[in-house]
Write a protein that binds this ligand. Structure first.
Ligand code: SAM
Length: 293
């Protein structure tokens, strides 16, 4: 069954009385050139395990099943069950887990579904209403993922891949860069989906860093500082960092100076290393700051 053929899809959806849910971000891929470019390279031994979010009618799931040893996909919409039973009937290596990706215990799921010694990749055409929360969950929970290849809204791709220290960077870009090496792979036009969304898309790949950084004592506090810094992105850092850290403004200015940064610096001007230095200067016992407190 050709799951990128409009006629096949229409027939399938009509036969099963399926109607698209806009609120679940249901825009299904119909461009046959997209899935092959999202897949891991097909090795002779099919050693890779895949984790997908949102099966839809199974267009990407089916392609993953061809090149991966096992595919586990979380899908929230159980009205898709009879459709997926039909479209994935010839894919014994696919398992659909019915549930909400934001609510499931993913650590437990990975333990149950993937042998811990195996390489797992995430590959998905994400529902756009939860793009950043999903990506951050996958990264923050330190799931044993080698890479995350996802289709996102084009503007989100720019933001997620923006190097810290550039204009497009936001708090999420710093977080993504902290946990992974992001790369935009290719654009996908809105006409590649049924129904066609109002926005264009892009596929990005995050190569997840396996090592945890040792120069951040408390990641939650670090990211609170980063989010505060970007809460007023065009303004100087001193005020939001002072408020978030409960340190006097003079202490924050001293921390900026100790890091070799201008006291007028703005969040979008700082690289990841500079954010880490600033966090350590503000929170981790810089003696000059202590004496100012
Ligand atoms: N992979 C299919 C494709 O490429 O055509 C479908 C992609 S569609 C953009 C997103 C899918 O995610 C839909 O099937 C939708 O039902 C599912 N979805 C939406 N919210 C979800 C959630 N919170 N947890 C799991 N799946 C979700």
């Amino acid at each position: 069954m050709n799951l990128t053929s409009i006629n096949t899809i229409k027939d399938l959806l009509t036969r099963h009385g399926f109607s698209f849910s806009k609120s679940l971000g249901q825009n299904f891929l119909i461009n046959p050139s997209v899935c092959p470019k999202m897949l891991p390279p097909a090795g002779g031994e099919h050693h890779v395990f895949a984790f997908e979010i949102g099966a839809g009618i199974g267009v990407l799931t089916k392609e993953l099943a061809k090149v991966c040893k096992k595919v586990v996909c979380v899908e929230i919409d159980e009205t898709l069950k009879p459709i997926l039973d039909e479209t994935l009937a010839d894919c014994p290596n696919v398992e659909i887990v019915w549930g909400d990706i934001m609510k499931l215990d993913l650590k437990q799921l990975f333990i149950e579904k993937f042998n811990q010694n195996n390489e797992v990749i995430c590959c998905a055409n994400l529902p756009y209403y939860i793009t950043s929360p999903v990506i951050m969950r996958l990264l923050e929970e330190r799931l044993p993922l080698a890479s995350i290849t996802v289709m996102v809204q084009k503007e989100a791709a720019v933001r997620l891949c923006a190097p810290p220290g550039t204009r497009d960077c936001g708090a999420v870009s710093v977080a993504v860069r902290y946990y992974s090496e992001p790369k935009k792979l290719f654009d996908v036009s809105r006409g590649s989906f049924i129904p066609s969304p109002n926005v264009d898309s892009a596929v990005i790949r995050l190569d997840v860093r396996s090592e945890k950084r040792h120069d951040i004592a408390d990641e939650a506090v670090f990211f609170r500082l980063v989010r505060a810094a970007f809460s007023q992105r065009r303004k100087q850092l001193v005020n939001p960092v002072s408020a978030a850290s409960k340190q006097p403004k003079e202490a924050v200015k001293a921390a900026l100076a100790a890091c070799g940064l201008k006291i007028t610096a703005r969040a979008e001007e700082l690289t990841l290393e500079e954010f880490i230095n600033l966090y350590n200067a503000v929170f981790a016992g810089n003696t000059f700051i202590r004496s100012e407190m």
